[in-house]
Design a protein around this ligand. Structure first.
Ligand code: ADP
Length: 565
């Protein structure tokens, strides 16, 4: 019928109509038609090699844009691979929607091609999931997964589209009617804010504090609270500490930045205003001995559940930007500022100066074969040289991520993506692709270990195919953590001659992988070679892999997480 359309087309139309502009995924039976139609309707479809990477991309896209990142997968194994991305979005509280084709409903339970009870499989990893059991349900189901992904605490949602539903047809006019009805009925949750009495209490506690600290994380970044945060820091003179992905909300080089005096700041503060960051392992659960046992926490979080879990002195449930705006307004009526000569501010700033000068002395040395610090300093300077808009830095690996977190300087919000709350390794290439697509004006620079890179190295072809301005710098120390660190007594048994479980082929030519697809690769081992590769690739703004050879015995096993080993 000339005026009829099928489920694939109706799904694509629904996404386009309800504001989706990008999708990530891997096509195949039964969703290829959906992807093709989405492209015709103006949605950019970024086709990956592997759903895991595409899922990581969708999760990061959600974080960077504040709109759900979409992942399209085939049924069964495609859906299972996609769970990596969906779970990553849930744990990081980022908005994402996974859409999977599924097998024919009439063949359910009979061993159909790629059959799986996908609604059951996604349950632990999603906020909400729904299956369209008839073509007429598609527009409503699409709206029902898009909206909860971004409302309240963001997270992952799942839409199941069975093959038979994708093959059903309806008339154009019927489809239009359904789309219009759903569009009209969509309701968006209002931005949450606490009562003003709670804000007054919070300001009063901050005002009375002797050693206050402001901590902020990726929830504040997601809320786009940078303007209000900077205002708060500067109006009150309170030192601040970003979490790894909170870096850049206020410039890392700001005179009140306490990152280089982290232990002192968290160990001695008496009141901590924590905005959009969980008191989880990354913040030592807010407990002594890392924190003072009497510290008063004021938590700002969009999730009431999170606040109840942590039992803070005061909990402000609401959107970080809105809550900070209210706090700033309350302070404006009766301003206070600690001032540079306040003993707490002085103590932090002295510690910062001491630690920074010690670190700079280490960084200033040109160590060859490379340790982690020398190339990181060169990369830091090259990134700072780009100016504004600052590049997005993607970082993963053990030592590479740890060292990068303290050495690389973030000057703009949402310019750092790393292994995150779950310590997820293998996110690098997916995050790079998402960042390049979400921020076309920014260069993307990945600084990752060879192990992190290897999880999804094939996606360098995706970088080349879509001509994305991404420079992937691989810290190549020949394995997970580096060379074979086993003591002689640990090397025994019938397979003792095999390489160590932590080892990869020494000196692997990672730079040639991208060349196989027409991208540019560099192999570097000295400061001058690295500087020249960075300068060329940053100005070319084309896909590049820089293979940096690192001393295999530099750095430590498990990086800074040895206590968990
Ligand atoms: P980090 O890793 O930077 O410490 P977390 O992921 O642990 O940050 O914490 C982010 C917190 O931010 C989550 O508890 C989440 O509920 C919260 N959050 C998400 N969006 C908002 C928002 N708009 N306003 C306030 N809090 C938010």
């Amino acid at each position: 019928m000339a005026d009829s359309l099928d489920g694939n087309v109706l799904a694509a139309k629904s996404f386009a109509r309800f504001g989706v502009t990008h999708m990530f995924g891997v096509v195949g039976i039964p969703v290829t038609g959906l992807a093709n139609r989405a492209v015709q309707l103006g949605i950019r479809f970024i086709a990956f090699h592997n759903e895991q990477s595409a899922g990581y991309a969708a999760s990061a896209y959600g974080y960077l844009t504040g709109r759900p990142g979409l992942l399209l997968t085939v049924s069964g194994p495609g859906c299972v691979h996609g769970l990596a991305g969906l779970s990553n979005a849930m744990i990081n509280t980022w908005p994402m929607v996974m859409i999977s084709g599924s097998s024919d409903q009439k063949d359910s339970g009979r061993g159909d091609f790629q059959e799986l009870d996908q609604i059951e499989a996604v349950k632990p990893f999603s906020k909400f999931s729904v299956k369209a059991i008839d073509i007429k349900e598609i527009p409503d189901c699409v709206a029902r997964v898009l909206d909860p992904a971004v409302s309240g605490r963001p997270g992952g949602c799942y839409l199941d589209l069975p093959t038979d539903v994708l093959h059903q047809t309806i008339t154009e006019s019927e489809a239009e009617k359904l789309l219009a009805e759903v569009e009209k009925g969509r309701v968006f949750e209002a931005t949450k804010a606490p009562p003003s009495s709670e804000i007054e209490k919070a300001v009063s506690v901050l005002r009375k504090a002797e050693r206050p600290l402001i901590v902020f994380g990726k929830g504040a970044a997601y809320a786009r609270a940078e303007g209000e945060l900077k205002k708060l820091v500067e109006r009150t003179g309170i030192p601040f500490l970003p979490t790894p992905m909170g870096k850049g909300l206020v410039n890392d080089d700001h005179e009140l930045a306490a990152s280089a005096a982290r232990s002192l700041a968290i160990g001695k503060c008496d009141v901590a205003l924590v905005v959009g960051a969980r008191l989880n392992w990354l913040l030592h659960f807010g407990e002594s001995p890392k924190w003072d046992k009497d510290v008063k926490f004021i938590l700002v979080d969009v999730s009431e559940e999170e606040i109840k879990l942590r039992k803070p002195h005061l909990g402000l449930v609401g959107d970080a930007k809105k809550v900070l705006e209210m706090i700033n307004k309350e302070i404006k009526d009766d301003p206070f500022c600690l001032g540079k000569s306040h003993p707490w501010v002085e103590a932090i700033s002295k510690k910062v100066k001491d630690n920074v000068s010690k670190m700079e002395a280490q960084l200033a040395k040109d160590v060859v074969p490379f340790n982690f610090l020398t190339p990181m300093r060169i990369i830091r300077d090259a990134i700072l040289g780009v100016g504004s808009p600052a590049p997005v830095v993607v970082s993963e690996g053990a030592n590479t991520m740890d060292v990068g977190r303290s050495v690389l300087v973030q000057t703009e919000p949402r310019t750092r993506l790393d292994a995150g709350t779950w310590g997820t390794m293998g996110v690098g290439l997916g995050y790079c692709i998402a960042a390049a697509v979400a921020n076309p004006e920014r260069l993307v620079v990945a600084v990752e270990g060879d192990s992190g890179f290897g999880f999804s190295a094939m996606e360098v072809e995706t970088l080349v195919r879509y001509k994305l301005p991404v420079v992937v710098i691989v810290f190549n120390n020949g394995g997970v953590y580096g060379g074979d660190r086993r003591s002689p007594e640990e090397v025994s048994g019938p397979f003792k001659d095999d390489p160590a479980p932590t080892s990869f082929v020494p000196g692997a030519a990672y730079h040639t992988l991208i060349e196989a697809f027409g991208g540019k690769g560099y192999l570097v081992g000295t400061p001058d070679e690295l500087k020249s590769a960075l300068s060329e690739s940053f100005s070319a703004r084309k896909p590049v892999v820089i293979n940096v050879i690192i001393d295999p015995f530099a750095g430590a096993e498990s990086g800074r997480m040895q206590h968990k080993n």
